[in-house]
Every structure is written in C-alpha cells, then in structure tokens.
Design a protein. Sequence first.
Length: 66
Amino acid sequence: MHGSLVLERVRSPRIAMFANLALVMTGSVLALLGVLDVITAVVIVGIGFAGVVISRMGHGDDHDGE
C-alpha cells in the first residue's frame, strides 16, 4: 500500500469511532478492576463517548456527499 492510502484510511471516521470505543471500554474495565478512581474513569469514558459522537457526525457528513 502507498503511504497516503494508509494515512487516509487511518483518518477515517470509522477508525476514529473504533479508537474511541476502545477508550470507553478501557476506562470502564480499569475502573471495574480498581486501577482508576471513579472520577478519572468517568472523565475517560466521557471523552470516549464524545469522540464516538463526533465520529458519527463525521461519518454522516461523508455519506451526505455521495
């Protein structure tokens, strides 16, 4: 694969959504295991959910142009 194709694929809204879902899941699991305190876990999960919403909005914009 060419470098620009890889970079374009990494910047896609779908990959961003998966990365944010991973952030949500990681924050949740670490809080359940007691590695993080509740406030830090809530902040991490909140950031992840905000990223998911933004990714979904970006994904919707991509489909509007087609």
